[in-house]
Design a protein around this ligand. Sequence first.
Ligand SMILES: *Cc1c(COP(=O)(O)O)cnc(C)c1O
Length: 395
Amino acid sequence: MSYFPDRNGFYGRFGGAYIPEMLYPNIKRLSESYLKILESPSFQEEFDTLLRDYAGRPSPLYYASRLSQHYGASVYLKREDLNHTGSHKINNTIGQILMAKRLGLRRIIAETGAGQHGVATATVCALLGMECVVYMGELDTQRQAPNVERMKMLGAKVVPVTSGSKVLKDATNEALRDWIANPENTHYIIGSVVGPHPYPDMVARFQSVISAEIRQQLQNKTGKELPDLVVACVGGGSNAIGSFYHFLEAPEVRLIGVEAAGQGVSSGHSAATTALGRPGVLHGSMTLLMQDADGQIEEAHSISAGLDYPGIGPQHAHLFEVRRVQYANVTDEEALKAGLLLARIEGIIPALESAHALAHLSKLELSGSETVVVCVSGRGDKDMQTYLEYLGRLG
Ligand SMILES: *Cc1c(COP(=O)(O)O)cnc(C)c1O
């Protein structure tokens, strides 16, 4: 059984490229060239150099001794929060901007919800002198004003989208319209392992640096390159796929993806796609989606903007179906508690997304001898307001 896509981008029954005919030329250009480019030594060297000297990789694998004591296992944190721009997203945007450059495309577009992917995209566009347009729902531009300011400071044009519910999915539609209208000079940087083939595979390969480093770092620290367990949060699923990638074919490594349960899986305010979803097509691929009886996509809810997505990438849908990865979910309240715990006993304020992965540790029965790696996908600066409200409630 394969955990990776076939030549048409299918992972079992999930994936593919369900796109309007107008997008065929763009997608065809990308799927015919991405592997050739990605595997060329000169691309590899340019990518590795920027990851090292610009993003600050390798990110540390930190043995969290007080957290380990708390949970009764050896807990290591993969510190993606220490990357330039504060999360794992920079790994993908560096990869895709170099891809665009090789394809001779000088104009970059992106969509963003919370603004993290928009900031990472604006950052690498400034770095390589490319024109950058970021589509963002008007509601999100108001909720995430500091990230809008960052993007502008970096020279990007931020376009507020006023159609539909004025949120992420509407911004995605607008970005696709732009791409159809400007096929000859534009690359669309998707921010997670979602979208039509080859995006899920391309983004997974860029993020796989996370698990490549974990293997090496564990080997150096413990003499064994395989942990017993890897835990990561899942929005679209890119930090999770990155953390799992080089362990997928080692069946002795248990892998857990943690989704946002919001106010509770059956509360109607949740983003727990594997628990609630059914197969359907969204943003160009067949995957698991939260939808009503008529197939209308349901609004996702999570306290963390990065997990607030009604689907998951097709590779995750497949890994769920073949049971290679276990999927769990964590409520808003549990995530806040875990974020505060990490701040208080390790001096690390995690992104609320990452706090979901950390919260899951309290639900596991760990033994003292187990080696657990948790991906801290990003830092919590952007979530301070939410954390402070929580602290206020605790009194
Ligand atoms: C965007 C984001 C996520 C969710 O995206 P994935 O593609 O699921 O990784 C998780 N954590 C942080 C810090 C993010 O910025």
